[in-house]
Design a protein around this ligand. Structure first.
Ligand SMILES: *Cc1c(COP(=O)(O)O)cnc(C)c1O
Length: 381
């Protein structure tokens, strides 16, 4: 059996939507762009949505719009996809890592506050906190908002993995992406919905929205050749937007299918020695990006990597989500990070097995994945 790690769920509806755009003169910057932005804004409950050509670009433009620049510091997590930290480096700012909570793999709030105190005491130019909704789960946004307000910091939400996740209080839904000054979504084909490549900035702040829109558009407001500042061309084409609109119209089905698969994995991994399923923080509804099996802490990274190779040999494509960012070669070189700097992130990252997760997985495939995984883990006992 050959089971890829991820694959998009594309139906005739998406194919029709894309080919329809190809028959119009508006392949780019046409009506589908605004339609997609409006649809995401409505879905995520944000006042403004600005589409861009990737999730990485979305993060970058938020950093620029908040005027985080050379030497400024941003507190963030070392346990994430590298884009959440690179966006800080793009502008010459400095990512200041804080270790994770060893249970949920989210940034550790006590350590965040400790680090802020330390940096503010030393009069360092600390500007923002950038937290990540890892695997589709919410970081502790209520607490992060309190901390950001208390210390006068911007709050950036990397919700690339969490479109559709929400929490609820006082009977009101609060969607992922809307907890900080600005948030992002990403639409690579492994995410919950795809546009091929693509991303979106969401915010309730009119000034941020306007600046991001101009940064995306060569630093100008609309058309014409008057450019207010150094801008990029980060537009998402109407072909991509049409695909996104069709995908978004099916998102509840896609999220429900992913949730069913998560429930299957959770059940199958329950009560086993040596392996467990990711311990999610509480929230009203999770839109799952990844399915994470976690080896017990007696296992070494070498053993995990060997397991991944054996799974690959059996046709199951699993992933080592995510080697910590501070140990990436260029981060080590630039900031002299070394093994042991963020022990919880390192330990966690050395024991994850990202299982296949996409709506089209069948029960037969899922059974094969869990049976193969549990058999292989048993060999280590
Ligand atoms: C996917 C992802 C991104 C970036 O998205 P791209 O569209 O690939 O640039 C950023 N942060 C996280 C946490 C992601 O998972």
């Amino acid at each position: 059996m050959d089971i890829p790690h991820a694959r998009p769920d594309i139906t005739p509806r998406e194919i029709k939507a894309v080919t329809a755009v190809l028959k119009t003169p508006f392949l780019a910057r046409g009506p589908k762009l605004e339609e997609f932005e409006n649809a995401i804004a409505r879905y995520a409950g944000a006042r403004y949505a600005i589409s861009v050509n990737s999730g990485t670009s979305a993060l970058h433009l938020i950093v620029r719009a908040l005027d985080v620049g050379p030497g400024d510091m941003v507190i963030t997590t070392p346990f994430s996809f590298i884009a959440s930290s690179n966006c800080i480096l793009f502008e010459g700012a400095i990512p200041v890592f804080v270790d994770i909570d060893p249970k949920t793999a989210m940034i550790d709030l006590a350590l965040v506050e400790k680090k802020i105190e330390e940096l503010q005491k030393a009069k360092k130019p600390l500007k923002a906190i950038l937290a990540v909704d890892i695997f589709g789960n919410l970081a502790a946004w209520g607490e992060l908002q309190r901390i950001a307000r208390r210390y006068h910091l911007f709050l950036i939400e990397d919700s690339a993995q969490a479109l559709g996740t929400f929490t609820q209080f006082h009977g009101k839904k609060h969607m992922a992406g809307t907890f900080g000054d600005a948030g992002i979504f990403a639409f690579f084909p492994n995410k919950q919905i795809t546009t091929g490549e693509g991303g979106m900035v969401v915010t309730n702040n009119a000034r941020i929205a306007k600046t991001v829109r101009m940064l995306r558009n060569y630093g100008r407001e609309k058309g014409g050749y008057s450019h207010q500042f150094l801008g990029y061309n980060f537009h998402l084409s109407d072909i991509n937007c049409a695909l996104g609109i069709a995908q978004l119209s099916r998102i509840e089905t896609l999220i429900a299918k992913r949730a069913k698969i998560i429930a299957f994995y959770r059940r199958a991994l329950k009560g086993h020695d040596g392996i467990s399923f990711y311990e999610a923080p509480p929230s009203a509804r999770v839109s799952w990006f990844s399915a994470i099996a976690l080896l017990a802490d007696r296992y070494t990274e070498k053993q995990r990597d060997a397991l991944l190779r054996m799974l690959a040999k059996k046709g199951i494509d699993c992933r080592n989500y995510y080697p910590p960012i501070h140990l990436q070669p260029f981060y080590q070189k630039q900031f002299r990070y070394k093994k042991g700097d963020f022990p919880c992130a390192e330990s966690y990252a050395s024991r994850t097995i990202g299982l296949p997760l996409y709506p089209l997985l069948s029960v037969r495939q899922l059974s094969y994945v869990t049976k193969t995984l549990l058999d292989l883990v048993k060999r280590y006992e």
